[in-house]
Design a protein around this ligand. Structure first.
Ligand code: F6P
Length: 373
């Protein structure tokens, strides 16, 4: 019997998504003779039953294109804003899955998508996911597609910032995406030769950073590049966050929980301009001029790198193999050169942070990079 599959892309877009859609689609269609449809704009399109048949023509010519041809959104099936109200649309999604006679739904996404996919799996759908995100923070996979491209873009930016920092004898603080994980900042900082790299995994002490910069000045290097992850936090703030989290975990009534949540929210708010604050503090502490560059969404845009196209294609085609074998409830993980299914409940809700003894951290320290501790 011909299998019918649906594909959607959810969460932030990422280079390599189209290569993955093509990999799943071409293998499903051409190799296994399945019927494939693509839902628009993530779980929102599945709720609205907005889809396109993914035929050979649709899948052709998309390998090298950035973003996602299907569109995406951050909507969650169980908490979707509809007409100003947040509603649980899971039942509608289940109905649309049935109405399209789907045998499986392929969800391409990062950490949030894995959680949403697990919820749909628990409602009885045949779900299979692929790991995408520039943040590289999805658990149980060596790497996610999108990361390599973003790493290249951010490294190119740091290379360019070097010459202007050098010419003006300035500090340049460059903010790098990555959500609450430091993979992108660490990889970029090492590849781009940043003098300081600040990561969410290592809360930083601004005095240590300033001293590292002053030390460079004493050896005649009057400029410094500080690569700061968007999720990096100063030590004092990290202590406060830990305290508030402990309060939330040990709350014995609703009021206490509400209070702890409010404290966490306030701390998050304080964090919004942390890169600008850091730059200002460094100016004051070193006497050097400092400038900020926030790379932002540039890191997610444009053509995927060859490595991301390759990774997305091999995970995508392996996904079609698994659907053919009726292996569901899994994420297709990259393990060395292999693509392996891992149970969704071992992935969802877990964030892959950088272990403090990771070889990248060790190498960064060996070449004399200050990590803010
Ligand atoms: O998860 C990818 C990512 O680019 C993160 O690095 C960043 O924190 C977030 O998405 C930004 O989200 P948005 O595009 O919704 O502003």
């Amino acid at each position: 019997m011909t299998k019918h599959i649906g594909i959607l892309t959810a969460g932030g877009d990422s280079p390599g998504l189209n290569a993955a859609i093509r990999g799943v689609g071409k293998a499903a269609l051409g190799h296994y003779g399945m019927q494939v449809i693509g839902f628009r704009d993530g779980f929102r399109g599945l709720k609205d039953n907005r889809f396109e048949p993914l035929d050979g023509k649709y899948l052709s010519g998309i390998l090298t294109i950035g973003g996602t041809v299907l569109g995406t959104s951050r909507d969650k099936p169980h908490r979707m804003p509809i007409g100003g109200k947040v509603q649980d649309m899971t039942d509608v999604i289940l109905e649309n899955y049935e109405a399209n006679h789907l045998d499986a739904l392929v969800c391409l996404g990062g950490g949030g998508t894995q959680k949403n996919a697990l919820r749909l799996m628990q409602k009885g759908l045949n779900i299979i996911t692929l790991p995408k995100t520039i943040d590289n923070d999805v658990a149980m996979t060596d790497v996610t597609f999108g990361f390599d491209t973003a790493l290249g873009i951010a490294t190119d930016a740091v290379d360019r910032l070097h010459s202007t920092a050098h010419s003006h004898h300035r500090i340049i603080v460059v903010e790098i995406m990555g959500h609450r994980a430091g993979w992108l900042a660490l990889g970029t900082g090492i590849a781009g030769g940043a003098d300081v790299i600040l990561l969410p995994e290592i809360p930083y002490d601004v005095d240590s950073v300033a001293e590292a910069i002053r030390k460079r000045v004493r050896t005649g290097k009057k400029f410094s590049i500080v690569a700061v992850a968007e999720g990096a936090i100063p030590r004092e703030q990290s202590d406060k966050i830990r305290e508030a989290e402990a309060k939330k975990a040990s709350a014995t009534n609703k009021e206490q929980k509400k209070q702890a949540k409010a404290e966490l929210k306030a701390l998050e708010k304080q964090h919004i301009n942390h890169t600008l604050q850091l730059s200002k503090q460094l100016e004051e502490l070193t006497g050097l001029e400092s400038r900020v560059t926030i790379l932002g969404h540039l890191q997610r845009g444009g053509t995927p790198s060859a490595m991301d196209r390759l990774l997305a294609t091999r995970l995508g085609t392996a996904c079609a193999d698994l659907i053919d074998a009726e292996v569901y409830g899994v994420m297709v993980a990259a393990r060395g050169e292999a693509a392996e299914p891992v149970p969704l409940d071992e992935v969802a809700g877990k964030r892959k942070l950088i272990p403090l003894d990771h070889p990248w951290i060790v190498s960064a320290r060996r070449v004399g990079t200050n990590l803010g501790d």
